[in-house]
Design a protein around this ligand. Structure first.
Ligand SMILES: *[C@@H]1O[C@H](CO)[C@@H](O)[C@H](O)[C@H]1NC(C)=O
Ligand SMILES: *[C@@H]1O[C@H](CO)[C@@H](O)[C@H](O)[C@H]1NC(C)=O
Ligand SMILES: *[C@@H]1O[C@H](CO)[C@@H](O)[C@H](O)[C@H]1NC(C)=O
Length: 494
């Protein structure tokens, strides 16, 4: 009897999980631009080119591996972020469906396993992934195998640089940036060897669709370090944007109150429902949901535009003293509300002298056309049939599964370019038809459109370390001493 009841309960839980757990978090690193975006600008900064569909689903602290949509492992470890002690860093008692968050990734930052430190499309392989791969991919593609971005970002060892990410759906938690040499296996172990140090106590909410350093709000960062995180003594930063106090705000549920005191609460912002001041909400995720099941989850384009976060989260990090060469930067966002870890990878070249790439400077954006999802279409400009047909058809979001509300134009490799042959423009709230193009005609037309592209440089933000000043001083003194010595010598000879 007890056993029978238990299996019914297990069945019900599994059923509940299958029906409702397709929770959408979604976020992307966009400075430096990620391989996952393939240089595309559609939905930047929250999900450029579908970069926010690369993640790990079914992550629990201390479990040996990720479990996709199945329930987690039997014996997760105790959380390091404890109720009472760490309330400043926590905001969700449950996941919005009554399940406790105690073994979710943010409860012990860095402690959950991932299957791919650069993300997996739709979170895991079939049938355990969610059903939401980005345009041009099927479920279960590996982020580690994505082609390098053609756009090159240069960082000088020892300098301080700005990095940024943005969210398409807000599930709290926190994040870290890590480096691994490009020629090593891009494993979680490799990335965990070199976490980047955050610099200063502040961070910024940056507007201008995330890209305008002249339009940002400075806020105090909440950070955690020491034994509470993996790697031990590294630092994680909390996602500073509060979620919605009731069920997170998913599937168009009202978002009236923030889960903790919201930044910029001197005024109302469009992201929530206008009841409370401050920046908070669920972002565009407010408009995702199973519309077969819940028709009221379907948003108008206006609602989608309002809910979407048109800003990014900027931090300063120190570039470690590593040998010169090419590295991969992995951004890892451990969620609190869901069992999900979002990861994107970017390409960074470390040098020992010279200038840093200017953060938020434009990219040429040709990777998708030259080595990515549209590269196979190069010979299709005059041909629209056979193997070329797919190049002239929209690649829909989420495999075209119609139970999700549509939320962005489909990507179409050819035929939807802007007038100059470059990428089209689209902002949340614009009409969804016709499809958007990454601008391959322009990339292929120019002789070096598919060559490596070095982004704009800037003056190094903070190059002077005490060490280098000491060195300069010593050289100056040595030169002065030599000149004085020579003069004395000349004088005494006379
Ligand atoms: C972390 O820092 C503490 C305090 O400085 C030190 O005692 C401990 O050995 C460090 N742990 C690791 C793994 O480096
Ligand atoms: C969008 O936000 C603006 C400004 O907060 C508000 O006036 C408008 O009613 C909102 N539109 C919708 C559809 O919620
Ligand atoms: C969406 O809802 C329908 C109807 O309830 C259901 O059959 C389908 O499995 C749901 N899809 C997902 C991905 O949950």
């Amino acid at each position: 009897m007890a056993r029978g009841r238990r299996s019914v309960l297990v069945f019900l839980c599994a059923f509940w999980f299958q029906m409702f757990q397709r929770a959408e978090s979604h976020g992307s690193m966009y400075e430096p631009p990620s391989r996952n975006s393939q240089g595309m600008s559609l939905l930047a900064p929250t999900c450029p080119g579908g970069a926010c569909q690369w993640y790990n689903q079914g992550c629990a602290i201390g479990c040996p591996e990720i479990t996709g949509l199945q329930t987690g492992c039997e014996k997760p470890v105790e959380p390091s972020l404890k109720d009472g002690e760490d309330d400043e860093l926590l905001q969700y008692k449950d996941d919005g469906y009554g399940n406790p968050t105690i073994d979710h990734p943010w409860r012990f930052p860095g402690k959950s396993p991932v299957a791919d430190a650069c993300g997996i499309t739709a979170g895991y392989i079939e049938p355990e992934g969610q059903l939401d791969p980005p345009p041009g991919f099927s479920t279960g593609a590996s982020g580690r195998e994505l082609p390098k971005l053609l756009d090159q970002t240069v960082w000088v060892a020892g300098s301080v640089v700005e990095v940024a990410w943005a969210m398409a759906a807000n599930h709290g938690g926190g994040y870290q940036y890590r480096l691994c040499p490009v020629n090593e296996e891009l494993s979680e172990e490799c990335f965990q060897k070199t976490p980047l140090e955050f610099v200063g106590e502040d961070q910024w909410i940056q507007f201008g669709n995330g890209y305008d350093p002249g339009n940002r709000i400075q806020i105090k960062a909440r950070r955690v370090s020491g034994k509470k995180v993996v790697p031990e003594n590294s630092t994680w930063t909390m996602n500073p944007i509060p979620g919605c106090a009731v069920t997170g705000g998913r599937a168009r549920t009202k978002c009236s109150k923030p889960t903790f005191s919201a930044p910029a609460d001197d005024r109302f912002w469009p992201y929530a429902d206008g009841t409370s001041k401050g920046i908070f909400g669920y972002s565009g995720g407010y408009c995702f949901g199973n519309v077969t099941k819940k028709p009221s989850a379907a948003c108008t384009l206006d609602e989608y535009k309002n809910a979407s976060f048109d800003f990014g989260i900027v931090d300063r990090v120190k570039v470690p003293d590593l040998p010169e060469g090419d590295y991969v930067l992995s951004w890892r966002w451990d969620c609190e509300m869901t069992k999900q870890i979002w990861s994107n990878c970017a390409d960074v070249t470390i040098k020992h002298s010279g200038k840093n790439t200017k953060p938020f400077s434009p990219i040429n954006g040709c990777t998708a056309c030259c080595t990515g999802i549209c590269s196979k279409c190069k010979e299709c400009r005059e041909k629209k049939t056979g193997e070329c047909a797919s190049c002239w058809e929209p690649l829909p979001w989420w495999g075209g599964r119609d139970f999700w509300t549509p939320r962005a134009k489909a990507i179409q490799c050819l035929g939807r370019e802007a007038e100059d042959g470059g990428p089209g423009k689209y902002m949340p709230g614009d009409p969804l038809e016709p499809a958007w193009s990454p601008g391959c005609s322009k990339c292929w037309a120019s002789k070096d459109g598919c060559e490596k592209y070095t982004r704009e440089f800037e003056g190094v933000i903070e190059k002077k370390s005490w060490g280098s000043w000491t060195f300069v001083t010593m050289v100056v003194l040595a030169v002065a001493a030599a000149v004085a010595g020579a003069l004395l010598l000349v004088k005494s000879r006379r």
